[in-house]
Design a protein around this ligand. Structure first.
Ligand code: G4P
Ligand code: NA
Ligand code: NA
Length: 194
């Protein structure tokens, strides 16, 4: 998605050979116009699939997730990482270990909002080692929901998450794929834009 790549080049900062800072439009301040365009692009890529619900994870997945849901005309659910005082229903949970942060989180979704037979599109902001997406898939499998695909805003193609997810036979669509980062330099995977 050219608009996103341009934004990444203009405002993204490679902090090291593995971390891209994009807090001016995705992880802290959000650009709603760009976010809406992302929602349209996710719809374009998944429109032939029947989708009942978009599933993402707090916090940075919520922006792109809700825009995808808006365009698809379905609700969005975000998995929670922290316990909520009002979320006291039966919870479907998965454990997610972050190699980037070196910490484990239990993520949870109420069983009221996702159930057997649902066709789910998973959306997230970053794909690094794939643990968050695998956790969301696990939640879907626990309730016999079908994962129709995974939509990612920025995939770090030099990390193994993309391969892990695609090995499971799930379709992964990333709006921007980063081939390499080095201090101050960002290189994209060359792709045909269609
Ligand atoms: P994984 O799910 O692919 O295995 O990713 P990992 O655990 O390594 O990532 C942990 C957190 O760090 C996630 O956010 C993820 O989005 C974020 N992250 C990973 N690599 C990068 C990067 O290069 N740049 C940025 N900006 N973020 C990265 P989170 O903790 O869930 O935070 P949030 O959703 O509340 O923002
Ligand atoms: Na994030
Ligand atoms: Na995220």
């Amino acid at each position: 998605m050219q608009l996103l790549k341009t934004k990444i080049l203009e405002e993204g900062q490679a902090l090291s050979d593995s971390i891209l800072k994009v807090d001016s439009f995705l992880n802290h301040r959000m650009d709603p116009v760009l976010m809406h365009e992302m929602g349209k692009e996710f719809k374009r890529r998944f429109q032939e699939e029947k989708i009942d619900v978009v599933l993402t994870i707090e916090s940075s997945g919520i922006g792109p997730g809700v825009m995808a849901a808006l365009e698809l005309g379905v609700p969005m659910i975000f998995a929670r990482k922290r316990k909520s005082v009002t979320l006291t229903d039966d919870l479907i949970t998965a454990n997610v270990y972050s190699f980037t942060k070196k910490e484990a989180n239990e993520i949870a979704v109420s069983n009221k909002f996702i159930s057997s037979g649902d066709r789910v599109l998973i959306i997230d902001d970053f794909l690094a080692n794939g643990q968050a997406a695998l956790g969301l898939m696990e939640i879907c499998h626990k309730v016999n929901a079908t994962v129709v695909g995974i939509g990612i805003v920025i995939e770090k193609a030099f990390q193994d998450g993309g391969a892990k997810l695609r090995e499971q036979g799930v379709r992964v669509e990333s709006l921007a794929k980063i081939e390499a980062l080095s201090l101050g330099e960002i290189t994209f995977v060359e792709e045909r834009e269609d």
